[in-house]
Design a protein around this ligand. Structure first.
Ligand code: AMP
Ligand code: MG
Length: 413
């Protein structure tokens, strides 16, 4: 009997307990890359008026029905309409109106003859007459009202993360602000008496804190605001006090260190155990076995207590915290994408645990994607992490794989 919890169970329980943040109304620039909490509806048709698709001449189809290279048709040009003109124009039979791309079609016009089909292509179009040497039928080079969207259409659906494409559709429909899930605020806290700030001098026995920088960066990359609270000493009271202090600005808390199996020095564990709202367990994975998750404070803020080894903390973030950040935004697609790739070298993996091996994924290979496991897979080996762009995931029941086999690979963002 194993006392390990599977990766799936641990993640499922985390996601089960997370509620999306209440929506807020934000202006379009502020809403970029956030998740829509409403359907965005077209209040008008798009386009909202018939307009020209090209620079050319608005005409009536019958007037140019015989136009050809050999027998061009000449019409008087009685006016000019530019994009943005709001005057009401009418086109009379036997005449043409010069019209620009995006300009409102004059009443009575049936098509637009592109300037390239006329003598204005060479003369510059200032003349009071235009000679047309090709014909087309009604509707040519006209963008009809509503040919893109009808009034009442859903332009962007609730739950969509707003990329530039969706921002375009929303702005084009005239909405200056939208209801979105707020950007989650993530507080990152690293614990350990050994930690020093990068940029300061250290003595043997101390190390520079990398986790808090890494986790804050990973949170920002996942679309969060991140606050870094570095180097909390191994003192249970101080850990608790710092966490309580930070609650005010946190939608999610992430700690690193102090949760191994080692006893009194594991201050995060002993401090948070007192609260009784956080579960500590061993998850069947490598790296990242000791995991803690629960809620803290009156508002039940989710808290992750990640192991201290940098690679364990990184893998744990991508496996558990990133999907939880998605859940805070009602987005179940924030987890990393998986691809299949052919191994260029053999690998080993512990029985009964899913391993996440740092690797280099080559997606440019014309014969298919290739992946190379890096050497130096210890969970403290952060230099190897710095070389990786992917994690090979090896199932619990697989203990070795050969070069040439196809592996599942998480693409790192
Ligand atoms: P712990 O989980 O506190 O027992 O830490 C496990 C290992 O991770 C130890 O070697 C720690 O020194 C190291 N470690 C803990 N926190 C950090 C950190 N913020 N940055 C880099 N290494 C860390
Ligand atoms: Mg520690």
């Amino acid at each position: 009997m194993s006392d390990l919890t599977s990766v799936e169970t641990h993640l499922a329980e985390i996601l089960e307990s997370i509620r999306p943040l209440p929506p807020i109304e934000l202006s379009l620039p502020e809403a970029e890359n956030l998740v829509l909490a409403q359907d965005v509806i077209a209040s008008h048709p798009l386009p909202s008026f018939d307009n020209s698709a090209m620079d050319g001449y608005a005409v009536i189809a019958d007037d140019i029905a015989t136009a050809s290279e050999q027998a061009p048709v000449t019409l008087p040009v009685v006016g000019e309409i530019a994009a943005g003109d709001i005057g009401a124009y009418a086109l009379n039979p036997g005449t043409a109106i010069r019209i620009m791309t995006g300009a409102m079609l004059p009443n009575g016009a049936e098509l637009v003859v592109p300037v390239e089909w006329t003598d204005a292509a060479s003369s510059g179009g200032q003349s009071s007459r235009v000679t047309i040497h090709a014909k087309a039928g009604p509707g040519h080079a006209i963008r009809r009202t509503g040919d893109d969207a009808k009034a009442g259409d859903v332009l962007v659906a609730r739950g969509t993360r707003l990329k530039p494409m969706q921002i375009a559709a929303i702005a084009a429909a005239g909405h200056g602000s939208v209801m979105v899930r707020p950007r989650p605020r993530v507080v990152v806290l690293s614990t350990g008496n050994e930690l020093a700030e990068p940029g300061t001098a250290i003595v043997p026995g101390r190390i520079w804190d990398s986790n808090s920088f890494m986790l804050a960066a990973a949170a920002r990359e996942a679309g969060c605001l991140a606050y870094r609270q570095a180097g909390v000493p191994d003192n249970a009271d101080e850990v608790l006090r710092t966490l309580e202090d930070q609650l005010i600005r946190a939608d999610l808390l992430v700690t690193s260190g102090g949760v191994s199996m080692g006893g009194e020095h594991d201050v995060v564990k002993s401090a948070l155990r007192r609260l009784g709202t956080i579960t500590f367990r061993k998850v069947a994975m490598q790296p990242g076995m000791p995991q803690g998750f629960g809620t803290i404070g009156e508002d039940n803020i989710p808290i992750f207590t990640l192991p201290g080894n940098p690679v364990s903390a990184y893998v744990s973030f991508q496996a558990f915290v990133r999907p939880a950040i998605g859940a805070l935004q009602d987005d179940d697609e924030l987890q990393l994408s998986t691809v299949k790739a052919e191994l260029t070298a053999p690998l080993r993996s512990p029985p009964g645990r899913r391993s996440f091996l740092r690797a280099i994924l080559d997606r440019q290979n014309p014969d298919g994607e290739r992946v190379t496991p890096l050497t130096g897979q210890g969970s403290h080996q952060v230099a190897t992490l710095g070389k990786a762009n992917a994690l090979i995931t090896v199932p619990e029941w697989v203990v070795q794989m050969q070069a040439g086999e196809v592996a599942d690979v998480l693409v790192l963002p």
